[in-house]
Design a protein around this ligand. Structure first.
Ligand code: SF4
Length: 225
């Protein structure tokens, strides 16, 4: 295989479903995404870039307390005030610009409710065209705000797949997303739960230094130490 040949990811369905069942048995159904409205999910998807969720929650609480958690309020807000409100999430100046860009985009389409009625492929392409919105953020929005069957890939997903010997490590985001979506039924609840379970598992057990001795997947994991 040449150096530039993209690495493929085409796992058998039963392997991914077994992994899901193992995670679900270990942790149960996850209350994810924690948000009161789809718009709050959009905001959280931007704020969670390079940030711990606890800090995102603080930023969202500040937006709520200052009356800024709406499309109109964010568009009308001074940049400095918006950046200050989301300060706990880190990179607050960059994120304020990104939040405003998403809000301007949604406003131009007639609002989130109108955008929600678009076809999934058009939604994804349009979100990826918004400055500062990469595939993970776009797919967070699609899956958790708009209930679209799009599989979210993050660093936790890559780690779990690698430790289970399912990837080499250099696969692209799209290769991994496509592999999950080809192997699994297009089921929004399944995708929402699967991603949430991976996050739970990677944060608490399959950490950078994995806690294999207490892992429910250890019997079938080739990376178990
Ligand atoms: S056995 Fe270890 S490496 Fe494998 S999933 Fe569990 S914690 Fe991760």
């Amino acid at each position: 295989m040449g150096r530039d040949t993209p690495l493929l990811f085409d796992p058998p369905s039963d392997v991914l479903l077994r992994l899901y069942d193992g995670l679900l048995s270990a942790y149960g159904e996850q209350p994810w995404w924690p948000a009161d409205t789809p718009f709050e999910v959009v905001v959280g998807a931007v704020l969670t870039q390079n940030a711990a969720w606890t800090n995102v929650e603080k930023a969202i609480d500040r937006l709520k307390a200052r009356g800024l958690l709406s499309l109109r309020a964010i568009l009308d807000c001074e940049s400095a005030a918006l950046a200050d409100a989301i300060r706990p999430s880190g990179y607050f100046n960059v994120k304020a610009t990104r939040l405003r860009a998403v809000c301007e985009f949604l406003h131009a389409q007639g609002g989130l409710e109108v955008f929600a009625s678009w076809g999934q492929d058009a939604q994804r392409a349009a979100l990826l065209g918004v400055k500062g919105i990469g595939p993970e953020t776009a797919d967070d929005i699609l899956l958790y705000a708009l209930d679209r069957p799009v599989f979210v890939i993050d660093a936790y997903t890559r780690r779990l797949l690698q430790r289970h010997g399912l990837v080499a490590g250099g696969e692209t985001y799209e290769a991994l997303r496509g592999g999950f979506e080809r192997a699994l039924p297009a089921d929004v609840h399944l995708y929402q739960q699967y991603h949430a379970l991976i996050v739970m598992h990677a944060k608490h057990v399959c950490r950078k230094s994995p806690l294999c001795a207490r892992c429910a997947l250890a019997a079938t994991c080739p990376g178990a130490g």
